[in-house]
Design a protein around this ligand. Structure first.
Ligand SMILES: [Zn+2]
Length: 289
């Protein structure tokens, strides 16, 4: 058995929220190297283009000194190796909420891009089927925290048969840590695999919560055959022993991420071009343009 540090729920700047523009692929991957992660499943909202963007422009999107070591975006994984010998398996993932933003379904490791109409209303069972048809695992993100897109108690029970795992810990639940404890209890009661993920919206938070999975490689070095890793890691999510590493984001960071940045970027861009233009003029003036 090999212990691998996996973070199956994290965001890049492709998530589309203006306040997440700092999450460039290069910073995201550097963040995973710094945290010592082995496996990272990038799960942007309704988009799964992270691997494709790296493969199409590695000079821009990989940290300096990082090389491709195996896989292509068409295999559903990329193995990259950093300048200090850091190995990282990148998986194709997606976070797929309802069209109103509720009930986040998480895809882990689907093999080929999922094409869909982002505005279409697609039920949880339909989304689950599409993800499974593309070779991914289907999870419920945010557990009981309905305010952040969790399905909540009734839906988790209702859909337990079609879900592969519950997310049972998320650092954004700073003020609702009890909800994570409760969803862990439900997962144990339902014999449902659990995953703890960072749900990182900032490169510094990649992997701050993650799951240490026991993965079976028959005694061989997993990095000698990365093409087998994707499959074995997905299998280990379903059946492997695991430990959870879970830190919560400080209230201060929460405020900074979700209030400060949202007001600074999100609200300004959402509320109209005029305000945005005024903001840009001020920023340009400050930068001396
Ligand atoms: Zn998320």
């Amino acid at each position: 058995m090999v212990k691998l540090r996996v973070d199956m729920h994290a965001h890049s700047d492709m998530t589309g929220e203006p306040y997440m523009r700092r999450n460039t692929p290069r910073r995201v991957i550097q963040g995973a190297f710094d945290r010592g992660l082995d496996v990272l499943n990038i799960s942007d909202y309704r988009l799964d283009g992270f691997l494709d963007s790296i493969a199409s422009n590695p000079e821009k999107n990989l940290p300096p000194g990082t090389a491709f070591w195996g896989g292509t975006q068409n295999d559903g994984y990329l193995h990259v190796r950093g300048p200090k010998g850091e190995n990282l398996l990148l998986l194709r993932g997606m976070e797929w909420p309802n069209s109103d933003g509720s009930e986040h379904v998480l895809s882990v490791g689907h093999r080929t891009p999922i094409k869909h109409d982002p505005d279409a209303k697609i039920s949880i069972p339909e989304r689950a089927k599409i993800i499974k048809d593309h070779g991914g695992l289907v999870g419920a993100a945010h557990g009981f925290n309905v305010a952040y897109g969790g399905m909540g108690y009734n839906k988790l029970l209702e859909y337990a048969d079609i879900l592969d795992f519950f997310e049972v810990g998320n650092p954004l639940n700073t003020r609702n840590q009890m909800l994570d404890r409760l969803v862990r209890k439900l997962a144990i009661g339902q014999d449902m695999p659990g995953l703890v993920n960072s749900d990182s919206h900032d490169p510094h938070h990649i992997g701050m919560a993650h799951t240490v999975l026991d993965v079976d490689f028959d005694g061989s070095d997993p990095w000698s055959a990365p093409e087998k890793m994707r499959e074995r890691v997905l299998q280990a999510v379903l059946t492997g022993d695991r430990e959870f590493v879970l830190d919560y984001i400080s209230q201060f960071s929460m405020g900074k991420i979700f209030i400060g940045q949202r007001i600074l970027y999100g609200a300004l861009e959402r509320d109209g071009v005029e305000i945005k233009r005024g903001f840009d003029l001020i920023m340009d003036a400050l930068k001396g343009k």
